[in-house]
Design a protein around this ligand. Sequence first.
Ligand code: COA
Length: 477
Amino acid sequence: MAKQTKRQKPKSRAAAKKSARKVVKLVSAKKANGNGKSSNLPKPSSKPYGQAGRALDGLRILDFTHVQSGPTCTQLLAYMGADVIKVERPGAGDITRGQLRDVPNADSLYFTMLNGSKRSITIDSKHPKGMDILNRLIKTCDVLVENFAPGALDRMGLTWDYIHKHNPRMIVASVKGFGPGPYEDCKVYENVAQCAGGSASTTGFREGPPLVTGAQIGDSGTGLHLALGIMSALYQRNRTGRGQKVLCAMQDGVLNLARVKLRDQQRIAKGPLTEYSQHGEGVPFGMAVPRAGNDSGGGQPGWILKCKGWETDPDAYSYFITQAPVWGAICDVIGKPEWKTDPDYATPKARLPRLKHIFATIEQWTMSKTKFEVMDICNAVDIPVGPILSMKEIAEDESLRATGTVVEVDHPTRGKYLTVGNPIKLSDSPADVRRSPLLGEHTEEILTKVLGYNAAELNEIKASGAITAPKKEEKAA
Ligand code: COA
């Protein structure tokens, strides 16, 4: 290397400061990288909360979903800003539009609460013109989401090979009841999935039958898994340029949510599950994980306890966790300070065989307070408890409205209704929670503005019967 011969010009004070700042910047970039190489880190947004655009702006979804599992997924993507185009059968639409109706001739809450922020186009996929329209949609969308019974999409002619040939970037995401195996061809609804995924056998009381839960872990739970699968496939598409298939089986989704029970299944072979109240009651375990009532699924014992008013209010209960680090506070609150030093109660291990008695004693205290008083008193000293909230209380909860988790929207035929907004909060991107579309409300708009059909072509499509309900006499025939 040549020696430096010329003396460098002395820098001005300001220039020296500037270059020092540059060095500091580069050093922190190197640190952030962790690999010693410098990089230009993206600048953080300077826009205020919720003003940096919708997260999924520019993403277009061909939504072939119906009932609950698939619609949960696409509704969430729509809330995040994706343009979700829901394809429905002319004249009929998603079957849930008419199920559990509370307002005559208006879309049911079943439908409206699962299809917010979407656009609806009616297309008969079995009509040749309908297939032409679908072909255009396939070319213009990023993701196709469906939850038909196994084989239905293929029977429409929309096989993976066909779709991939027309749009190699397209991601095809499906919910099915079961993955490949003996049951792969079966139709599945929520409770079947709860039963097949290990939830029902581990829910309920030991003395009673298996129970399904109110939370729709089979349908909505699998829809959420599917949304994550789609996001992962989109991320990978950035590198590969190719779309891929995404499959979420409802049995798998439920099992994923019930994984602590598969944990316990493996522990049971090595000895009793000491945190289950069954152990304290001296009831031996069988070969499989039993139903554990309201026992907590983790290492900190818990139970549901009656609160003031339980005799008349079915929801006057609180979940109470005897978390070990706050045992002393629990003893003080319930008026049993002597339990802090009593060897039968002082350690978590000593308490395990006495849980039933311990919770009965705590319940004597909770029964003297409302569930909200229990919440206030216990949380003030860090004892984890939770009121059993009724759906009425949740619907009226001001704080859930304030955060956009519960949203009131207006609908042209049914009026105002409550829906669950976006439970996932992003600091830059507002959630886009709007009412559900009427059947075929956006058919013309999508045909002309998204797919580019001209007026003459639109008339031809209308006359063909591909986007309109079959006439009554045709139906009867
Ligand atoms: N134009 C013409 N035909 C259409 C159409 C359209 N726009 N949209 C749907 N169809 C047809 C399909 O082609 C299919 O017809 P085919 O069976 O003659 O090929 C039919 O409508 C719908 O099929 P399917 O999915 O079998 O509906 P279903 O009401 O009989 O079954 C489920 C409902 C939910 C049991 C079933 O779809 C399923 O098991 N899905 C996968 C698991 C799932 O998501 N379950 C939870 C639902 S919350």
